[in-house]
Design a protein around this ligand. Sequence first.
Ligand SMILES: [Zn+2]
Length: 168
Amino acid sequence: MNLSKIKPKLKGESDKYSWNLYRFLNKIAKDKYINNQLRIYWNHHSRWDGEHLPFTKDVSNLMQLIISPYGDKFTGYFMNTVLQKGNCEFISLCPWKEEDLLDVTDWFFDTYEKIGRCIFDPEHNGWMLGTDSRYTYVNNTRKCNWCGQWHQKQIVKKTRIERKVEWV
Ligand SMILES: [Zn+2]
């Protein structure tokens, strides 16, 4: 894990990379031990309804991503609260079975380094802070400057059905 590669350009401001995530990892990984041990887990057990959630590389469901500083499956931090607040409560992972936690560390850091916060918003529909420089617009297309995807603008027709009462 090389944190200099996921550091936002301006202090305190997210761009392609999240400032909160950078600051958080920087804080906990100062300890060499943590730097080597830190793992990212995908939790197969839905925190919403307990359903089994397969890992599909769509990690927009941030409640299912866990940062485990010591690499164990007993304690960790939820990715959603780290991204929102920059620090959060150390939580117990005991409610979940060990086999529910899938190690996605290498995939996560490789992908995050490449495409930044698009990892959390693969559909490009999400709402995030610090997205001013995310897109370059060219006519009816836009390019995502973080992951390189091109999107075409589509005008979608919306029809409203009005109802009125008539006596016949
Ligand atoms: Zn993107």
